[in-house]
Design a protein around this ligand. Structure first.
Ligand SMILES: *Cc1c(COP(=O)(O)O)cnc(C)c1O
Length: 578
């Protein structure tokens, strides 16, 4: 390599020796340098890239991302456009190279599908306040993780008594500042305010989070990013756990999930992966009784088991508790002197619908059954829903939707000058291509088409279940094949490394009857064909397909800081982590 006299570091080792090996990829062909890459090498690298991604795509069935994509013809031209939807989707803004009009069409589509009031409206001048019940949302640049973090951020600020108010001194300060000679802007200035908890209600603005043990790690990440306190952090060691073992726990719940004070780290879920509602109720009540506002995250399609919390039923069970302890509706005072306050809920229900929010509405249309687990804005207490766009729908990159109602947004109070919140989204620059992906998809399919797709994936899940059960019989071994109701995920004994690589399978370790078991799962997304399932079953017939799983000793972690405050549980595998 002819390196001229540039300032740059040299590698301390050959990266090729340090980094993971990738089958079919010669890393030397991919190394970038200060020189233009010779065209021949570039072509070689691009060929390897294409081979690799295409083979992996064709065999992909380990995660919940649909690989059946068809966007190239309509949209590939926009790879040469930088489209940026910076700011609120309902405010045009001056960055006109955007697709906000397309984004609004997609959001309206989901508002209708999720039974929200639409179109989005912001009309502070109108006498009728019904616009406050309309939806607000945006297409996120990350996946459902961003929707989850955004929802919990909104929840935290709303419940902890934050306000956006106009600074009454802005004008006077501008006038004084201008006396130093430099012209000062006299736009009204907005500031964040924090309501103060009354002395006899010290917990009033400390929201406490509840989520099940099957919850995706993005929710746990949000707890840390946002410093939201979980029920375990607040209660364990300070007062008695409201749950008694084993009566208040789901069947087969292991005592070993409890911490040293007899508290669960997360809300228990049953064996199919659904949040265990009787335990949730007792836990929520213990905190509601002490005046804490409540955040509950529900899962609509858990990551590993693909289970659906029955959100409507859970909310129905929780509402009387919230009413009893003054949390269903409460006054949040921001100016006690002038008796100025805002009426807010003392709870926030968020639905992590990464997978399920995209297709379960269609399955519900097909099933028309009474006991279908409803998750959407038909539940009038629901505050927010997040969904991934690249999972059930399928998209070339992570994307998704966040949706709430205008009345739950933290907006400037009493000030009609501001049209919507000027900086209402999480990111600065926002992906303006993703709305095109979602629009392109939903413009091509009717509800009936989407119902058919949902039924196809359900049918494939049952097909794969039958084939794996058959395989169990043929090989005469228990392969731990399991399936949760309506799930597109099937879990079974972890196969060998080459099968895991070939089909991009995930891994999870579970204790079952005191036995440490390694599982894998497949997700029967639209791109998975019967042939692909058959190929997998054929590979699983090989004598070395299922290696023994010798009981591995878990490290007994050394306690380094014995009196440090314990934080949230951090998943290191499973839950979609690897
Ligand atoms: C995948 C997933 C997420 C995170 O979504 P990303 O799109 O990967 O950010 C959150 N929750 C659940 C239940 C998921 O399955």
């Amino acid at each position: 390599m002819a390196v001229q006299n540039y300032q740059l570091t040299m590698p301390t080792k050959d990266p090729d020796d340090v980094y993971p090996k990738v089958p079919g990829i010669n890393y030397d062909d991919f190394k970038l340098s200060p020189e233009r890459m010779p065209e021949e090498q570039r072509r070689r690298a691009l060929r390897q890239l294409y081979e690799y991604e295409t083979v992996q795509k064709d065999n992909f069935m380990g995660y919940q991302s649909n690989q059946k994509l068809d966007f190239k013809d309509d949209l590939s031209i926009y790879l040469n456009y930088h489209i940026n939807n910076i700011g609120d989707p309902f405010v045009s803004g001056n960055d006109t190279l955007n697709t906000k009009f397309v984004e609004r069409a997609v959001l309206d589509y989901f508002a209708a599908l999720w039974n929200a009031k639409w179109p989005h409206e912001y009309s502070p001048d109108s006498a009728d306040k019904d616009w406050r019940n309309s939806y607000w949302g945006y297409i996120v640049s990350m996946g459902c993780t961003e929707g989850n973090i955004y929802g919990l951020w909104n929840a935290r600020d709303y419940l902890s008594g934050k306000f956006i108010l106009e600074d009454p001194y802005a004008e006077e300060q501008a006038r004084l500042a201008s006396m130093d000679g430099r012209p000062a802007a006299v736009e009204p200035r907005l500031l964040y305010y924090q309501a103060k908890a009354p002395e006899n209600e010290s917990n009033k603005y400390t929201p406490i989070a509840f989520y099940s043990q099957d919850t995706h790690y993005s929710i746990i990440k949000a707890m840390r990013v946002l410093s939201i306190t979980t029920f375990n952090e607040e209660g364990s060691g300070k007062f008695d756990c409201p749950l008694t073992y084993p009566d208040d726990y789901p069947p087969d719940y292991s005592l070993y999930y409890l911490d040293e004070n007899g508290w669960p780290l997360e809300v228990p879920s049953d064996n199919s992966g659904c949040i265990y509602i009787p335990a949730l109720k007792k836990l929520v009540e213990a905190f509601a009784k002490q005046g804490y506002p409540i955040i509950v995250n529900f899962n609509y399609g858990t990551t590993f088991k693909g289970a659906f919390d029955n959100v409507a039923f859970a909310v129905r069970e929780l509402v009387p508790i919230l009413q009893q302890y003054g949390l269903y509706e409460r006054e949040v005072e921001y100016d006690p002197e002038h008796k100025k306050s805002d009426t807010r809920t003392g709870y926030w229900f968020h639905v992590d619908g990464a997978l399920g929010a995209a297709y379960m509405p269609f399955l519900e249309m097909a099933e028309k059954s009474e006991d279908f687990p409803v998750f959407d804005f038909r539940i009038k207490e629901l505050q927010s829903i997040a969904m991934s766009g690249h999972k059930w729908i399928g998209a070339p990159w992570p994307c998704g939707i966040y949706m709430t109602k205008v009345k739950y947004q933290l907006l400037p109070l009493d000030n009609p000058i501001y049209i919507g919140a000027p900086d209402s989204t999480f990111a600065g620059s926002r992906n303006g291509f993703s709305p095109l992906i979602l629009w392109d998809y939903f413009s091509r399919y009717s509800y009936q088409d989407l119902i058919n797709k949902a039924l196809y994936t359900e049918k494939m899940a049952r097909y794969a279940l039958d084939r794996l059960k058959e395989l169990e019989k043929q090989v005469g071994k228990d392969l731990w094949v399991e399936y949760s109701p309506r799930s597109l995920a099937l879990r079974f004994k972890q196969p060998n490394a080459s099968i895991i690589f070939k089909y991009s399978l995930s891994r999870e370790v579970l204790y079952v009857n005191n036995e440490r078991r390694g599982y894998s799962h497949i997700y029967l997304m639209e791109s998975v064909t019967p042939k692909l399932v058959n190929d997998l079953v054929t590979d699983l017939k090989a004598p070395d397909a299922f290696p023994d799983q010798p009981g591995i000793q878990l490290n007994q972690g050394e306690v380094i800081v014995p009196d440090a405050k314990r934080g949230v549980f951090i998943p290191q595998s499973g839950r979609g982590f690897r």
